[in-house]
Design a protein. Structure first.
Length: 199
């Protein structure tokens, strides 16, 4: 071996560097973090909905409905399920329990007329043509549904609450806010709503 080669061999000794291996991540930590984030989001939505629903001052049991009890102005109304003593009936949704028992969220230029149309539908023994789509849905899926394993509701189990607005566009905006908050929280629509407006 020549001197050049010998020198080269002596100077090429390698040094091994120990790199610490990262500890394996606990997969349950990521799940817990996601669940906590979802819980915070649900709590925020719950507080937002409760704040908005607290503004709904008017209410009437639909079995006691009369036109003079409801204003003929623009606004947002909610049809809810209640016990005979007036307590909300909790409803299971896709992502949780709706403790407020909301069946329908709607808006109208004339809240009195719209609630009156709903009442007219649910009081029709054999509903054919409906004045109110939610009224038809109630009769078909809650009142007249022939299945035995369902939630069955009568007129005495329905209550309407409402909040009047100065303009129809304000009612439209509030209805959209409430529907969006409901869907984001429960990943589901109120049972009697056919469609949901995009925010």
């Amino acid at each position: 071996m020549c001197p050049h080669q010998e020198t080269h061999t002596q100077n090429t000794s390698t040094t091994t560097v120990q790199v610490p291996t990262p500890a394996p991540r606990d997969p349950t930590t990521k799940i817990r973090n996601a669940e906590q984030a979802q819980l915070r989001c649900r709590q925020a939505l719950t507080e937002k909905m409760q704040s908005q629903l607290a503004r709904f001052k008017g209410h009437v049991r639909l079995s006691d409905f009369s036109s003079d009890k409801v204003p003929d102005t623009s606004g947002v109304y909610i049809i809810g399920a209640v016990t005979r003593t007036g307590r909300p009936i909790p409803l299971r949704r896709l992502n949780g329990i709706d403790a407020a028992g909301i069946l329908c969220i709607g808006k109208s230029k004339d809240v009195r007329r719209r609630i009156r149309e709903f009442v007219a539908d649910i009081r029709t023994p054999r509903l054919g043509t409906a004045y109110h789509s939610a009224g038809w849905n109630f009769c078909a899926y809650f009142r007249d549904n022939p299945r035995r394993d369902i939630i069955r509701l009568a007129e005495e189990n329905l209550e309407a609450t409402w909040k009047t607005t100065a303009r129809d566009r304000h009612a439209d905006h509030l209805e959209t806010q409430l529907l969006q908050a409901y869907v984001k929280k429960y990943q589901d629509k109120p049972p009697l709503n056919i469609s949901i407006k995009r925010g």
